[in-house]
Design a protein. Sequence first.
Length: 323
Amino acid sequence: MAASDTDPRLLRAFVAVAEELHFTRAAARLYVAQQALSRDIRRLERELGRALFVRTTRQVALTPDGERLLPHARRVLDAHAALRAAFADPADRPLLVDLNTDGMTAARVLARARELAPECELMARFESGLTWAAGEVLAGRLDVSFGRAAGLDPAVLAQLSVQPVRYEPMAVLLPAGHPLAGREEVALSDLTGETVYAGAGNARTLEWTDLAAALFAEWDIVLAPPAPLAVGVAEFQRVMAKTGNPVLAVAGFPPLPGTVLRPLVRPVPLSPLLMVWRKGLHHPGLAALRAAVTELAGREGWMVRPPTSWLPETDLSLMGHCS
């Protein structure tokens, strides 16, 4: 392989295509034209004297040389990012914080962080699902997100730092006329045989559907089939009213007209909420978010599990981790 001073832009193009295995998606991720991206890849291949991709009309795949280059390219780009960060004032740019959904635990963390670091601009985003948001974090289009990190692809999770935030008790959102709506709490066994919606079909929230499927399997609860993806509270309410299915949620889920939210018990199923960000990120706003999590969790007992609770072992292990 020929030695040369390789332009980091070419390595960035290579890594994007290697991770997406799709030139159109990689170009969109880098905000460049597909022709420019292809030109950069050809230039890198000429400089290195090796073919890095096998291209057909149907797919893109790494060659053995491409596989060999990928970890080296990532390390070089990480070093460049660290160099830029060392000589830049991080507070000069906003920190983009994905809350998934407004009005819940992550929103409280953001509000407190803004109080702790009023000089920083912490901008809220609402990507509705950590599966999607994690990819945006790694692509640099988001900085921080919240959700169930144990449900992520291990290759994605390996590139993220995490901080446990809260064991969130799960709840069920019931139509007001549902037979269980009059109860103050709903036992998991009360839902045996019921069809409950938990985001099936939404590619952005695979981590939530996966957790629900594990829970439902133990109590013979039926996972509702995919529903049309609803964007916004009004659309979500309309679609759920149309299907009539209860919805798996968390205890702090914002109220919706025509529904009641009831905590799930015996045992209390938990939703593990973590804060995630890409490794190597330095920003005073991130430090404020981490301090806000520590403060609120300590004051309000967010990391205290109920005496009888349910959570998969993989999630329990990650909730004890902080990086």
